[in-house]
Design a protein around this ligand. Structure first.
Ligand code: SF4
Length: 348
């Protein structure tokens, strides 16, 4: 596998490299890292030390990862929804194509932590060829989400070969890239990469920031390069206990995202992934956050709050209920708490 060369320099991959941090149980971290790998990019490690808990919790192994009887190994049933290895075909018109098994850092809450960064996730020329073949013989698929792991772990050349092959399939209309790289290793976004990606339009890129402190000058530059290449950018944030489960944190994040030309796209209720239950909030927490956003901030900044249903049921919007009654009138309560109504009849 041809990986981009910038990754292995300065990354934290061994618990001993964390010995400079206060208050960590390195033996416990080693036990967790033996099951779920540890990797923190040098960039994020420095940022994490400056910012503290909300970033530390996302990347430092926690012993609760090994004691999670409520968690599900494959919460979205992706393995059963894969007609060929590393391609998930859940919705009729789109597919998720996993082209990299690695990431610049391993988020402790990752939905695919059962396999990302471990030997059980095997991506080879053969699995890529099988995925391309499936896309070519399934013309119902119009939209391909290229993900992983993180697809920007691949060298520009290897990634381009994959994008070119997808673009050559006449039935595919849009290509989407799912990557945390603008947050985890923003220097991976280069003018050369942006110039390569823009050859494969219509191409969208969804990235992943969870906290306003992740919007640094480097992240701003990375997103600017992509936006200048005409790539529409979205952000898929995960609601995480102790990281961003307060309205003021999400509000600051979504304002900052708009400022760097990224549309807040989804706010995800955390999946029921084994090893991540300590991150989950209640749905009431997420809905309370949404009530602080809807009406109070520009609609441009409002993500859809959603749950990816366990068992591969697809995304379920969790938008708080504003409608009080729906008969011949729509009765509802505004974001300011004022009752209001609208006629719900056809006239003429
Ligand atoms: S970057 Fe994405 S795929 Fe990689 S560990 Fe984080 S959440 Fe999982």
């Amino acid at each position: 596998m041809s990986l981009h060369p910038s990754f292995h320099s300065g990354s934290i991959t061994c618990p001993e490299q964390l010995s400079s941090l206060q208050g960590l149980d390195l033996a416990a971290i080693s036990r967790v890292a033996a099951r779920y790998p540890l990797r923190i990019s040098g960039y994020y490690f420095r940022l994490m030390q400056e910012v503290g808990a909300p970033l530390i919790k996302q990347v430092i192994p926690d012993s609760r990862e090994l004691n999670d009887p409520d968690g599900l190994e494959d919460p979205l049933d992706e393995e059963n929804l894969s007609p060929v290895p590393n391609l998930v075909h859940k919705y009729p018109d789109r597919a998720l194509f996993l082209v990299s098994s690695e990431c610049a850092m391993y988020c402790r809450f990752c939905t695919r932590k059962r396999k990302v960064g471990t030997p059980t996730m095997s991506i080879t020329d053969q699995t890529i060829a099988q995925g391309l073949d499936y896309l070519a013989r399934t013309p119902a698929i119009k939209d391909v989400l290229v993900s992983g792991g993180d697809p920007l772990m691949l060298s520009d050349q290897r990634l381009e070969r994959i994008l070119k092959a997808i673009r050559a399939i006449p039935s595919v209309v849009t290509i989407r890239i799912g990557t945390r790289m603008p947050c985890s290793q923003p220097m991976r976004i280069t003018p050369r990469l942006a110039g390569m990606l823009k050859k494969y339009h219509p191409l969208y890129l969804n990235t992943h920031f969870n906290h306003p402190a992740e919007i640094t000058p480097q992240a701003t530059r990375a997103c600017g390069l992509l936006a200048d290449a005409g790539i529409p950018l979205g952000c898929q944030t995960v609601l995480l206990r102790g990281v961003n489960d307060r309205p003021e944190v999400i509000k600051a994040l979504i304002y900052s995202l708009l400022e760097i030309r990224v549309k807040p796209y989804y706010l995800f209720q955390a999946d029921q992934t084994r090893g991540t239950s300590h991150f989950r909030t209640t749905i009431q927490t997420g809905q309370a956050i949404m009530r602080h956003l809807i009406g109070h901030v520009s609609g441009m900044a409002i993500p859809t709050y959603a749950l990816d249903a366990p068992g591969g049921g697809g995304k379920i919007p969790l938008t708080p209920e504003y409608i009080d009654n729906l008969t011949e009138t729509l009765d509802f309560t505004t974001y300011l708490g004022k009752p209001c109504s609208y006629p719900n009849t056809i006239i003429g």
